[in-house]
Design a protein. Structure first.
Length: 135
């Protein structure tokens, strides 16, 4: 079932935020919401994944200069089913550790993928959002 997987994602991402929050200055939250994940892109957009404190909904938000450019989906209980979470974790053994996290959704003919990836051999950590036309 997708909802438990997304909730596992929520708990996992909260831990990641505690370990390395990528300082976004444009946080856009209501009083009943909490930030799961946030970062600033190279073009100055703030991307955030947030949810209701009681797990009533989850959403993606892209902000530029303090203005919301995209917020998806609607804030309701069905929002959890709009996202798909995939991950792969390989413990550090012989410096081959890897942690890949992907949260994706489809909107307006495009697939959006928010990613947080870490490769131990090169100590590479990449965070971003990629969008492509949906097939």
């Amino acid at each position: 079932m997708i909802i438990p997987a997304i909730r596992r994602f929520t708990c996992f991402m909260v831990l990641i935020i505690l370990m390395h929050h990528h300082g976004s200055s444009q946080i856009h939250l209501e009083a009943n919401e909490e930030l799961i994940f946030s970062f600033t892109t190279t073009t100055g957009k703030t991307i955030q994944i947030a949810k209701d404190k009681e797990d009533k909904y989850i959403y993606y938000c892209a902000l530029k200069n303090g203005k919301v450019e995209l917020q998806y989906p609607e804030k309701n209980k069905e929002s959890w089913s709009k996202f798909k979470y995939n991950y792969y974790f390989r413990p550090n053994g012989n410096s081959l550790g890897m942690n890949l996290n992907f949260l994706s959704f489809n909107f307006d003919g495009h697939e959006y993928v928010v990613y947080d990836i870490y490769y131990e051999p090169e100590s590479i950590n990449k965070i971003g959002v990629r969008y492509t036309e949906s097939l």
